[in-house]
Ligand binder design. Structure first.
Ligand code: 4AD
Ligand code: MG
Length: 452
């Protein structure tokens, strides 16, 4: 027999072929003379129907058990599937006690329930769909950058800088042996990266267009539905960028191109979400893809919030940081599609943001992309490329020595440039409508939780 993946057996193989499939049992239906099984191996959402005579039944054939089935592929007389496997041999490779197995046959378990079993939840349809979509989304993002002439850079996970200056660093240090406590492995304090931006900026000075896609870490004490301690970020940096519009064009193009690829390549898996998990969300995505994303300034956003009749828990004076409630309101106000907010108060942004040199409301050329359901999806800015202004700001912050290498970038062939970072898990939440960020990453890490 030819060994096939279940998806190949269902859509590619010839009728009459003698084949072997391996997978996990998703349903068992013994009848008078026949036994029906559904077997899934994760190659797609679909399971292959196995038909066997009752002699092949085995009490170990239970929901969740691992099996190998050999037989002949036949046209199925049932409407639900085009083919089925007439089994000649069924071998139980691994038993699964249905009493102890946390998932039950024929039950549609909710995301919250399956979250309790991070090592097993990939055995459910919903989470295996999610992870196939996540895999496709990763490829889609790489494809966008490849097709658009970006060079991929592996920025370091261990670094000595705090790019965002927000003090959310995890420090990295091997456990120190007794009496050697003053020995410091890297000789300087080292941290898990919060963003690859600064390293990417260095590279943009040679390749013009660069990106990185990797894990980033933040010691956020927040128990929110959109924060993790370890998350993946897609970051791009583009040289010779004159305006925020140059940057928002890349952000919007990437969003569209990746989303269209995911919808096209993962239709079945995406449908599972849009039909059964987050009904109604498909309309939001369709509306998002149809319209150009509006762009408003921070000052306009503040006006909109102040004119609204909504009672916000946080203040909305000019100069305040936008909170999730404000972001949600702005997205609704703009038609429930993604919206760019630009030109934030200078004092709210990290040292690298380009000074707009405007008064009295002093702003930086920074931009966030806010999306339905999630709020902030991307943060970006033009970078301060003018040596004198950047040096003055770093001196003000007492950081000129730490960032002397970064100042060098402005001394040797400095060009106007800008970039952004997109939170990959928030992107998945956005396209699927998933409320909790812990449900879009295989093994979530957050405060007080590092299971497995
Ligand atoms: O807005 P942030 O902090 O921007 C930066 O780090 C820039 N240096 C990126 C750049 O310009 N290259 O983070 C970027 C995005 C946020 O908009 C958000 O989507 C996501 O990263 N993010 C998180 N996602 C999950 N959990 C967290 N704790 C996150 N913090 C930020
Ligand atoms: Mg941000």
């Amino acid at each position: 027999p030819t060994k096939l993946r279940v998806s190949e057996a269902i859509s590619g193989a010839e009728l009459g072929a003698n084949i072997k499939v391996q997978g996990w049992v998703r349903s068992v239906r013994p009848q008078k003379t026949n036994l029906f099984l559904n077997v899934n191996d994760g190659s797609s959402l679909q399971s292959l129907q196995i038909v066997a005579t009752s002699e092949l039944n085995d009490p170990l054939l239970t929901f969740g058990s691992a099996v190998e089935v050999t037989g002949t592929l036949k046209k199925s007389p049932h409407q639900k599937q085009t083919v089925e496997l007439q089994a000649e041999q069924i071998h139980v490779i691994g038993e699964c006690n249905p009493v102890d197995f946390p998932f039950k046959i024929k039950e549609r378990h909710g995301l919250e329930y399956i979250r309790q079993f991070p090592h097993l939840r990939c055995r459910t349809n919903v989470f295996s769909s999610l992870l196939r979509i996540r895999s496709e989304a990763t490829s889609a993002i790489h494809s966008y950058f490849k097709e658009n002439g970006f060079v991929q850079i592996n920025t370091p996970v261990i670094t000595s800088n705090d790019c965002e200056g927000a003090g959310e660093l995890f420090q990295v240090e091997p456990p120190s042996p007794e009496n050697k406590e003053d020995q410091n492995f890297f000789s300087v304090p080292a941290f898990l990266t919060v963003s690859g931006q600064l390293h990417l900026e260095a590279m943009s000075g040679a390749f013009s267009k660069v990106y990185t896609f990797g894990p980033t870490f933040r010691a956020e004490n927040s128990q929110s539905r959109r924060h993790l301690a370890e998350f993946y970020m897609v970051e791009a940096e583009v040289s010779f960028t004159q305006s925020l519009e140059d940057l928002t064009k890349v952000m919007e193009d990437m969003f569209r191109s990746a989303t269209e690829q995911i919808l096209a390549h993962c239709a079945e898996d995406v449908d599972l979400f849009h039909k059964h998990v987050t009904p109604g969300h498909r309309d939001t995505i369709d509306a998002t893809l149809k319209r150009k994303f509006p762009m408003i300034t921070y000052s306009e956003a503040i006006d909109i919030l102040n004119r609204s009749s909504e009672k916000f828990a946080f203040p909305t004076d000019w100069g305040c940081d936008l909170q999730k409630e404000h972001e949600k309101y702005l997205v609704k106000h703009c038609g429930n599609i993604p919206v760019f907010v630009t030109d934030y108060p200078y004092d709210l942004k990290p040292f690298y943001a380009r000074d707009n040199q405007d008064r009295p409301n002093h702003t930086a050329a920074a931009v966030d992309l806010l999306v339905p359901g999630v709020g902030e999806l991307c943060g970006g800015s033009l970078r301060e490329e003018r040596l004198d202004l950047l040096r003055a700001r770093l001196e003000e912050l007492g950081l000129e020595d730490t960032y002397s290498w970064y100042l060098d970038l402005r001394s040797f062939g400095s060009v106007p440039h800008g970039g952004f970072g997109l939170g990959f898990e928030r992107y998945l939440q956005c396209i699927l409508g998933v409320d909790n960020i812990k449900d879009v990453i295989p093994f979530p890490r957050f405060s007080h939780s590092c299971l497995l």
